[in-house]
Design a protein around this ligand. Structure first.
Ligand code: NAD
Ligand code: MG
Length: 383
């Protein structure tokens, strides 16, 4: 029986993890659950999974907590994240909150000796060096949940200590894969939210359309697998059947395949090194007619170029990229900037802030704050 705490339990990843818990009551017991603001949904989860603790980042009056949930300790505010990540006893902590908010929780959980299941890519993008150092010291490796990184991790099982010469990081290409640059610039929110293969939260869906998601994933792969970005090749593969691959020096390429269903990588992290039923459809190779591959286009999707530039720049450049993108992503969703404004906001924020230090967590949070302020000013000027 493993005790699991889920930060961001009301989100796309969080609810799918709970679906796996529901399928395996003999294997998992829920210790803590946290949500940002969906109190009703969280209450229902508490009723079903009976955790010891539940947290709401946006506080509500205690009088609104249903009386039948008195068995559960409720905590409010950001402190609830710390309590769920580090104080409540658990074997595993799934960090599936969105944005840089995940960084502190990941560090808290590692320092508390928990096995971290990492969905939140922003923690590695912003604090990759600190997170990887802390994980190494703790003796627990991070178990990736992001589908591509889970695929790479799975491909490396049994590699016998051989490091790959290349990571082939697949990308669906998003809804604008075949669009011209001019058309992409003017894309609407509805068009950007229409992901061809994956059903995900709103922020990451917009990031998939701009390919900032892939930019974040290049940085994430760089830290997780200690791989220079020059050896991480983005491969646009619209069918999303191959979830990524690794290439070894002898020319062998090992790939992981499956239907696009996040329950597979979530379950792999939850049960590692075992495999458990997920309820997903088996892959039917006979129904696949074409598997196609294209190079990512850094002209139409500048995010692919910006990721490498930020890794080369070092310091807090990746944090600034992430913070400016979070601001621009939500400004686009709120209709305040055109789609093309996302990239322009990120590039302008990066060039105007220059290289900031990232030696400590406070450095990173400060760089993030400055990036958000600057990106907000750039957006306010208008495009
Ligand atoms: P989501 O928006 O569906 O859910 C986010 C969850 O985090 C919710 O429970 C929300 O209440 C909580 N939350 C939001 N802001 C918060 C904050 N500031 N503090 C604390 N909690 C907060 O997001 P998602 O799609 O499930 O993605 C979660 C993370 O997993 C992201 O980092 C994303 O990049 C990553 N990821 C998601 C997918 C996917 O298929 N959805 C795939 C790969 C990686
Ligand atoms: Mg991914």
């Amino acid at each position: 029986m493993k005790r699991i705490s889920i930060l961001g339990s009301t989100g796309s990843i969080g609810t799918q993890a709970l679906d796996l818990v529901r399928q395996h009551p003999d294997l998992y017991e829920v210790s803590a659950l946290t949500a940002y603001s969906h109190a009703e949904q969280l209450f229902e989860q508490v009723r079903t999974f009976r955790p010891k603790m539940a947290g709401l980042v946006q506080p509500i009056p205690r009088s609104e907590i249903p009386s039948d949930l008195s068995f559960c300790r409720f905590e409010m505010g950001t402190e609830a994240l710390h309590i769920a990540a580090a104080e409540v006893e658990a074997d595993q902590v799934l960090v599936s909150i969105v944005g840089i908010a995940g960084l502190q929780s990941v560090m808290d959980a590692i320092h508390a000796g928990r096995q971290v299941l990492l969905a939140n890519k922003e923690a590695l993008v912003t604090g990759g060096h600190l997170v990887m150092d802390a994980a190494r010291e703790s003796g627990h490796m991070l178990l990736p949940v992001d589908s591509e990184h889970s695929a790479i991790f799975q491909c490396l099982q049994g590699a016998g200590g051989n490091t790959p010469v290349r990571i082939l990081l697949t990308a669906s290409g998003g809804p604008f894969r075949t669009w011209t640059r001019e058309k992409i610039e003017q894309a609407t929110v509805a068009e950007a939210l229409h992901h061809p293969n994956w059903s995900m939260g709103a922020k990451i869906t917009i990031d998939s359309a701009s390919m900032f998601n892939k930019a974040l994933e290049i940085i994430e792969a760089h830290w997780l697998f200690d791989m220079p970005h020059e050896q991480i090749q983005v491969v646009v593969h619209p069918q999303s059947v191959i979830h990524s691959a690794v290439e070894f020096r002898d020319g062998a390429v090992i790939a992981q395949l499956g239907v696009p269903d996040m329950r597979v990588p979530i379950a792999y992290a939850m049960a590692y090194p075992k495999r458990i039923e997920t309820g997903t459809q088996p892959l039917d190779l006979f129904s696949l007619h074409d598997l196609t591959f294209e190079k990512g286009d850094p002209v139409r999707f500048p995010a692919l170029r910006i990721a490498g530039e930020c890794l080369d720049a070092g310091g807090a450049a990746c944090t600034v990229l992430n913070g400016a993108n979070e601001i621009a992503n939500s400004a686009f969703r709120e209709g305040r900037i055109p789609f093309g404004g996302i990239t322009r906001t990120v590039e302008e924020t990066l060039s105007s802030l220059g290289t900031l230090p990232a030696d400590t967590l406070p450095d990173i949070f400060e760089a993030d704050r400055l990036a958000r302020v600057r990106a907000t000013e750039i957006i306010a000027k208008g495009f």
